[in-house]
Design a protein around this ligand. Sequence first.
Ligand code: PRT
Length: 280
Amino acid sequence: MIRLAIQKSGRLYEATLALLRAAGLDLPNGGPQLRVTARNFPLTLYLLRHGDIPGLLEREAVDLAVVGQNLLREADSTARELEALGFGHCRLSLAVPAERPYAGIGDLKGARVATSYPRSTAAYLEGRGVRARLQTVSGSVEVAPRLDLADAVCDLVSSGSTLLANGLREVETVLESEAVLAGTAAAVGDVVEELRFRLRAVRDARSMRYVLFNLPDERLATVLADLPGLKSPTVTPLAEPGWSSVQTVIPEAEFWPKLGALKQAGAEGMLVLPVQNLVP
Ligand code: PRT
């Protein structure tokens, strides 16, 4: 039975449960339990505070965890990052009051920097030869400059609206983070591999769209020359002579520009479907 730690409530909770369910794990519905066991997979889920997860992994109290890279780096964790999961994206950034002139990292020499990430912040500053005065705070980092408790902050940012609302300007990215599946050195074997395989299949599928459209045969060569696919697009003749149906998968990032270009090239009757699982 594998022990997998996940956040019990908070930013990563919903997305983690949705991912595990999409990977086919039949998990009993929420509730206040600390521990739930999958009905169809040898896995027990431990619902914990996110902040506690790196320490529990380190002590091998759990085998695997879904956890933000930001916490693993801050804890200087020896856990292995097994799979990036494609959600929980954020960055740890240095920010200064918007009105404060900022020419470069050297401006932070001697500055008071408030953060909940002292190790990562110190490593970044020291790596650039900057000695600052770090002030470790556990929450509401962004209000510290306004209270004259700090000259700068180093905090997690996703949309940037918290910094903006507090009159702060992001000036340096200390690290980029997303949720990962992390494991202890002992977390090996068939069940771990099966879980990794399923998580990859769901994650990869989410970044793809399945696209079908009809195209006059004389346009096929031009369109296919520039169309992505797993190996290559599928082309099937339509009942109407001179036309074909084309099917392929397109990465989400390229999706809208590609759709516009296909329309321009004469594609008709385009259908776009989500991909549920992708096994390359
Ligand atoms: O209580 P517990 O120990 O479970 O954890 P927590 O309350 O610290 O966790 P939570 O739910 O706030 O965050 C869990 C994880 O989500 C973090 O460790 C990151 O890996 C990830 N994550 C992604 C974020 C953000 N985005 C994020 N924006 N964590 C926090 N924030 C906060 C940030 O600290 C700041 O206050 O959101 C604010 C900034 O957001 P924007 O959108 O205004 O920039």
